[in-house]
Design a binder for this molecule. Structure first.
Ligand code: GDP
Ligand code: MG
Length: 556
């Protein structure tokens, strides 16, 4: 394919505005998939995406399209809409020259419409506004066109009105892609240069990298170098994604596709890396700014014997999601594990679900925490969250930007969800680090019959100490079995006890069932009881099962 017959574009939008549905129609119209009733978000391949009905991974599909008697190769990338995954969007944009910015004809411009618009605008891409869901009864495309004109300074005439669900006017979208988005720069005559913008780990072939070829060409058997590690590889396989892998002989400048080159270690295929021919070194592409994690949680194997398996699962999954940061960590209660950083709570939940579903891993995830840093933010609902207002700016008659200084700790749990529901999904929220601030924090200990449990010591704000101490005591009470003596569970700050629960004494008489006689049976039962005890940790005179730690530390 000559470069001038190639178009690379992303579909971006607020969540649920119809990106994946439009992708279905484009795939059908270009014959990439058969036209059936059953095509529902076919690019959402992951189980977690199907179950939650959201896209979390950008997906690439190459389409063949004839227009005015010419054949075109269109590379489409469907992207996630949720703010936690905007890192996926920025990466995908680096492989594109244009975007389809989808706006729901009923809901109009929403927070992530604005955020995604700016990502595309700053990357200097051609933006085609597409107003979707015009079939809805309350659709108001006129109004949405006015919003687009006013907010983004794009003439209303450039908007394309469609129904992705019914397929109405989708042909116009394809025409606009060919006519308005420029072909990629770069020529087949240049030295080979490609950007790795995503990668996956395959059990048999090792790393499968998604690449955008910026110059030259590459074929099977070529010796290529990854700029990051300066290691040389031989290309085993390459091809297009349609959206399934479709092996080809070569990939040329302007194309987007996949490549397998015998990279066996996940560390070898860094997202953002540059690939070139071993005889023709090129300057590395800028790569990507690392994502800034916002929410941290511990992850531990349920059983320490599963540590190596969990390690490799986490490594492989982070290859596919490079926005997650991983640090080794260990906890007295839960053993060796990791501390992972995520872009938000949904991101953390999705990662955990993928670990379980795609890697069969069972993990204990601790309650999310944040580094004790303060946060600058735009919001409402500030009361009770220890925030300080910094300033307020009216952007236009409908939009206001407010800045607050926030303890990050106050926003990790439910801030985003509450903000969204209070503002009917309209408010958007971003943050930057404002440095550490003094705060009225206390070290809270948990005591069992007067003995502190080191594993459960936490840092809490003074105003929250009572409720959090009480909750911990209650959870412990539920999960520590009765023992032969009474157990006092206390939460204390310094020497002051702020919450208490009591477990009454109880003797579990394992011998009750043996009516005298059978000594071997008695011995067996006693042994069993002793083994049960081994799994416990003894704090002072109290035996605490591992489950009790898990139930207190685990995210609810
Ligand atoms: P995404 O989050 O932007 O990828 O959105 P999806 O493609 O997953 O669509 C979200 C929901 O909107 C789904 O229930 C779709 O069936 C629905 N939807 C998408 N396009 C249209 C449309 O043109 N008309 C109507 N009525 N519903 C649509
Ligand atoms: Mg989607």
């Amino acid at each position: 394919f000559p470069v001038d017959k190639i178009r690379n574009f992303c579909i971006i939008a607020h969540i649920d505005h119809g990106k994946s549905t439009l992708a279905d129609r484009l795939l059908e119209m270009t014959g990439a998939i058969a036209k059936t009733e059953k095509n529902r978000q076919v690019l959402d391949k992951l189980q977690v995406e199907r179950e939650r009905g959201i896209t979390v991974k950008a997906q690439t599909a190459s389409l063949f399209y004839s227009h005015d008697g010419q054949e075109y190769l269109l590379n489409l990338i469907d992207t996630p809409g949720h703010v936690d995954f905007s890192y996926e969007v920025s990466r995908s944009l680096s492989a594109c020259q244009g975007v389809l910015l989808i706006v729901d004809a009923n809901q109009g411009i929403q927070a992530q419409t604005v955020a995604n618009f700016y990502l595309a605008f700053e990357a200097q891409l051609t933006i085609i506004p597409v107003i979707n869901k015009i079939d809805l009864k309350n659709a108001d495309p006129e109004q949405v066109e006015s919003q687009i004109e006013k907010t983004f300074d794009i003439p209303r005439e450039e908007c394309v009105r469609i129904s992705a669900k019914l397929g109405t006017n989708v042909e116009t979208v394809l025409r606009a892609v060919v006519e308005r988005i420029p072909p990629p720069a770069g020529s087949v005559g240049d030295p080979f240069k490609a950007l790795v913008f995503d990668s996956n780990f395959d059990h048999y072939r090792g790393v499968v990298a998604n690449i955008a070829v910026f110059g030259g060409q590459v074929k099977k058997g070529d010796k290529i170098v990854s700029a990051y590690l300066c290691k040389t590889y031989e290309v085993n396989e390459l091809g297009l994604l349609r959206p399934e892998e479709h092996p080809t002989q070569k990939l040329f400048a302007g194309q987007v596709g996949y490549i397998v080159a015998g990279m066996k270690d996940v560390k070898e295929a860094q997202i953002g890396d540059t690939l070139y021919h071993h005889e023709q070194p090129v300057e590395a592409l800028p790569g990507f700014t690392p994502a800034k994690p916002m929410v941290f949680a511990g992850m531990y194997p349920v059983d320490q014997s599963e540590y190596p398996a969990l390690r490799s699962a986490i490594e492989r999954l982070t290859l596919n999601d490079s926005s997650v940061t991983v640090q080794r960590d260990s906890s007295l209660a839960l053993g060796a594990g990791w501390r992972l950083g995520f872009l938000g709570l949904l991101h953390m939940e999705v990662f955990n679900q993928r670990l379980e579903q795609e890697y069969n891993a069972s993990v204990v995830v601790t309650a999310p925490t944040v580094p004790f840093k303060a946060v600058l933010s735009s919001a409402k609902l500030i009361k009770g969250r220890r925030a300080v207002q910094k300033n307020m700016v009216y952007i236009d008659d409908q939009r206001v930007m407010m800045k607050y200084l926030f303890p990050l700790n106050e926003i990790v749990v439910d801030f985003y969800d509450v903000l969204k529901s209070m503002s009917s999904g309209y408010a958007s929220f971003d943050y930057e680090n404002a440095g550490y601030q003094a705060a009225d924090l206390r070290k809270m200990d948990i005591l069992l019959n007067g003995q502190p449990v080191e594993e459960l010591t936490t840092i809490v704000h003074r105003d929250r100490a009572y409720s959090s101490g009480k909750a911990m005591c209650e959870r412990l009470k539920e999960s520590i079995p009765r023992q032969m003596f009474e157990i006092a569970i206390q939460a204390a700050i310094g020497s002051k006890v702020i919450a208490r629960e009591t477990i009454k004494a109880y003797r579990k008489n394992v011998l009750a069932k043996c009516y005298g006689g059978d000594i071997t049976r008695k011995m067996k039962l006693l042994k069993k009881q002793a083994e049960g005890k081994k799994k416990m940790r003894r704090i002072g005179n109290v035996d605490v099962p591992k489950d009790a730690f898990i139930s207190v530390l685990k995210r609810k």
